[in-house]
Ligand binder design. Structure first.
Ligand SMILES: [Fe+2]
Ligand SMILES: [Fe+2]
Length: 331
């Protein structure tokens, strides 16, 4: 690398220098501190490795166009730090042609240092997403007075169970994926909004045709979220969409293949749906419903154990039991 470029590394802002193909040639101390990458781990890599799906496509297009015509470019990028946290920054990239070789010098200014109100931090985005999903879920089942507490318990227990199962079995889910599952679990019965009240809350036994109609809530739910997310057209929420759809469609599948709607068996059932099904059944058992009394926690736990390998994934039931033994499952 040309010596004159090293001067830029002395700036107080994070600085990155790449070759014409965006391969990293040097970064400065501030860059290392902010991103968590040390020079020797990142030099030689493509600058795009930090990329997240959150930076709009148009940003990259205008960036490419400017640099291709030898112009400097400024814009906002959302990158990943090494620990996978998001890093929102305003960056200026300037091309330098030195002795026939092209270099790009990028100088970052962290958005955290700018005035508040110019961007949404990650925590706030997560909060908004959470409330949005909650309002959505509650309003679809507004006719059921007990639903709010059921949904809150399902979400809370799903969060605990995902984390515990991940620790116990090592399924390698990152924190983000875990929170997507917990967030999305609240939507599991969103399809019930399309089921007639007389059938849904019927106190007595159901006729076959009534059962068939109720079972439609899994498929209908997927259509509903598809429609909502198409309206939203928002990449931030979209990431949770496939997790949510798996939960909505498959939360009534059973490990032995006797569930619905697709009679999936074993690990063919998405993990998130296997987790939510245990939590959903457990909370339903320990709650009073029009057609049943409330069960004691011990009795509900016995039921989960009895259904290992039948209704439920045995390993996940074991994770649930370990939470119970630690006193983390209250009725
Ligand atoms: Fe359901
Ligand atoms: Fe439920």
């Amino acid at each position: 690398m040309d010596n004159t470029l090293y001067t830029f590394l002395a700036l107080a802002d994070a600085v990155i220098i790449t070759d014409a193909n965006h391969r990293i040639l040097a970064v400065n101390q501030m860059y290392e501190t902010i991103t968590g990458y040390s020079s020797d781990t990142i030099i030689g890599k493509k600058a795009g490795i930090l990329r997240t799906p959150y930076t709009p496509q148009e940003t990259f297009i205008s960036l490419k166009e400017a640099l291709a015509s030898g112009l400097a470019w400024s814009g906002v990028l959302t990158n990943y730090k090494r620990n996978h946290e998001l890093w929102h920054s305003s960056i200026t990239i300037t091309p330098f042609l030195i002795e026939g070789t092209m270099y790009f010098v990028g100088v970052f200014r962290e958005l955290e240092q700018l005035e508040r109100g110019q961007y949404l931090d990650e925590h706030r985005v997560e909060q908004i997403q959470g409330s949005l999903l909650k309002v959505l879920a509650i309003s679809s089942e507004i006719r059921d007075p007990g639903i709010e507490s059921h949904l809150a318990s399902v979400q809370q227990l799903t969060g605990l169970l995902v984390t515990r199962h991940n620790e116990r079995i090592g399924i390698d889910l990152d924190v983000e994926a875990q929170s997507h599952i917990a967030h999305s679990s609240i939507l599991h019965d969103i399809g019930k909004s399309a089921i007639p009240e007389g059938i849904l809350y019927k106190p007595g036994p159901l006729a076959d045709y009534e059962r068939t109609i109720i079972e439609m809530h899994a498929r209908i739910g997927v259509d509903i979220v598809d429609k909502i997310f198409r309206e939203l057209d928002d990449g931030l929420v979209e990431i949770e969409l496939s997790t949510a759809k798996n939960i909505i469609l498959h939360h009534h599948e059973k490990w032995d293949g006797t569930g619905y709607p697709h009679r999936l068996q074993g690990e063919a059932i998405p993990l998130e749906a296997r987790i939510v099904s245990i939590v959903d059944v457990f909370d339903a058992l320990i709650s009073k419903r029009p057609y049943k009394e409330k069960w004691s926690t011990d009795r509900a736990i016995d039921y989960l154990v009895e259904q290992k390998g039948k209704h439920f994934d045995s390993d996940i039931v074991d994770s649930f039991l370990s939470l119970y033994q630690d006193g983390m499952i209250m009725s």
